[in-house]
Design a protein around this ligand. Structure first.
Ligand code: NAD
Length: 473
């Protein structure tokens, strides 16, 4: 299974279970991939367990540094092919896919450097003993990711998991397996030992069997909050280690001293990057009442000017959403918002372009905090705009959902920004900015947006057990 996809019969269904993979820009089939069978889940975990117990991987840090660095170099050599694959499979504009690949390579290099520098913490203690803190790998890690950033979010897990000395079984989304299938062959070339990296394809049934497997010691999951809750319950039975990166409904707070043009630019980027299919997307725009009207009219102009079309073209700013099913879900949310009393200022209509899943970005106003369009994650190019009259009100509105993934604050008053940031329940807060994930920092959510943090040193720690050794010599 290392470095290749095994195609066998799904024992449960007693026949090969083939899945068609679509290009969201045309809805044409671009590949056919076999879902892994439950038997293959067994085999993959078995191989990962054997490799963890027997291979030198967990003991040999320099081998891990060498392999991760080599993988980064191999990926860099094929960056344009990977970017194109990602665009074909997800519909994201090619320029955004190129950024994803760059960030993926940086992630590999970051964790290779981090483990090279890391040394165990040690100290002579008050009682003449010596204490040492050792970070050990956990064992077999199940890594499960969604479809919006297939390679990048996968690497946010794979790089630290491998760097820490674990072995892994990885499962991409059933909608977007292509970039990781390609990566598997590079893993082999980079010299990852047999059984250390294993890849399964398929949907939640395969994912669930993997989570449930008794030899999986850690589950690291990125996806929807409801799926995350199910996985959390499954893991609780055996106290499996678990990290959950889940959904969001993030606010962007625009204060009265913000320049309208700049505020509109950040809103467009924060809300519509990757067609709004981003966990941290700024989907709730909160604007001070004194600039609400001029902001809204400038926003309408910007939304009207967005270049929507073939994502392979360099000039495209917005591509199609991932699937027709998802497109329908987005439209249903917009309709629901209108039924709830919201006013659709623009967008929400479909665009007829080569049979793809194109929708015009939608802006809903006259919304109330309790409405579903304000409370639920839509995961598409749909935003609500609300006004506020005071700092306190802005904070209450911003914190008023079950999510707590990210937030943005736009103001020239940095003292106010920091004061507001202190009160916001969000794992990442950008002041006068939005969206950029900084690899050395931390990524994750408050409340129902998840448990644990990825990226930075905490991303590595998430794949280790901490052992304190105290010696009285
Ligand atoms: P999803 O929860 O439907 O699926 C995510 C992955 O889990 C897929 O690989 C899927 O096959 C698998 N899966 C589904 N059911 C499973 C189960 N019962 N057991 C194990 N695995 C299972 O999510 P999605 O629609 O693919 O992705 C969109 C969601 O991901 C959004 O809610 C978004 O906010 C979230 N997301 C979060 C982050 C973050 O960093 N917090 C990043 C990206 C996306």
């Amino acid at each position: 299974m290392n470095g290749q996809v095994n195609v066998t019969v799904d024992k449960k269904r007693a026949k090969p279970c083939k899945r068609e993979i679509f290009n969201p820009a045309t809805n044409k089939i671009i590949a056919e991939v076999f879902d892994s069978s439950l038997q293959q889940v067994e085999e993959a975990v078995g191989k990962a367990k054997q490799a963890f117990e027997q291979s030198e991987w967990k003991k040999n840090k320099s081998l891990r540094v060498e392999v991760l660095t080599k993988l980064a170099n191999l990926l860099e050599n094929e960056a344009s092919i990977f970017a194109e694959t990602e665009t074909l499979n997800t519909g994201k504009p090619i320029k955004e896919a190129q950024l994803d690949i760059e960030d993926t390579i940086n992630c590999l290099r970051y964790y290779a450097n981090l483990i090279e520098e890391n040394q165990p913490w040690t100290k002579d203690m008050f009682d003449d003993t010596n204490s040492k803190i050792i970070q050990e790998p956990i064992g077999v890690c199940a890594l499960i990711v969604p479809w919006n950033f297939p390679l990048l979010l996968g690497m946010w897990k794979l790089a630290p998991a491998l760097a820490a000395g674990n072995t892994v079984v990885f499962k991409p989304s059933e909608l977007t397996p292509l970039s990781f299938l390609k990566l598997a062959s590079l893993c082999e070339k980079a010299g990852i030992p047999e059984g250390v990296f294993n890849l399964l394809t398929g949907d939640g049934e395969v994912g669930s069997a993997l989570v449930e497997h008794k030899d999986v010691a850690k589950v690291s999951f990125t996806g929807g909050s409801e799926t995350g809750k199910r996985i959390y319950q499954q893991c609780a039975k055996e106290m499996k280690r678990v990290s959950l990166e889940l959904g969001g409904k993030s606010p962007l707070l625009i204060f009265e001293d913000s320049e309208i043009d700049i505020a509109v630019d950040w809103t467009m980027f924060g809300s519509f990057f990757n067609q709004g299919q981003v966990c941290v997307a700024s989907t709730r725009i909160l604007v001070h009442e004194s600039i609400y009207k001029p902001f809204l009219s400038a926003l309408m102009e910007a939304v009207a000017g967005i270049k929507i079309g073939n994502p392979l073209r360099e000039e495209t700013e917005m591509g199609p959403v991932i699937s027709t099913e998802h497109l329908n879900k987005i439209q249903d949310f917009i309709k629901l918002g209108q039924e709830e009393g919201a006013n659709l200022l623009t967008g929400g209509t479909l665009i007829d372009c080569e049979g793809g899943n194109y929708i015009k970005p939608a802006v809903l106003v006259d919304v109330e905090q309790h409405m579903k369009v304000v409370q639920e994650e839509i995961f598409g190019p749909v935003i609500t705009v609300q006004s506020f009259s005071s700092e306190e009100e802005a904070i209450v509105l911003a914190n008023g959902t079950r999510f707590g993934l990210a937030a943005g604050i736009l103001t020239n008053d940095l003292m106010k920004a920091e004061r507001v940031a202190e009160h916001l329940q969000a794992g990442t807060i950008w002041i006068n900015g939005y969206h950029t994930p900084h690899i050395e920092t931390a990524w994750g959510g408050f409340k129902e947006s998840g448990i644990g943090r990825e990226l930075g040193p905490s991303g590595l720690a998430a794949f280790t057990e901490t052992k304190h050794v105290n010696t009285n010599s």
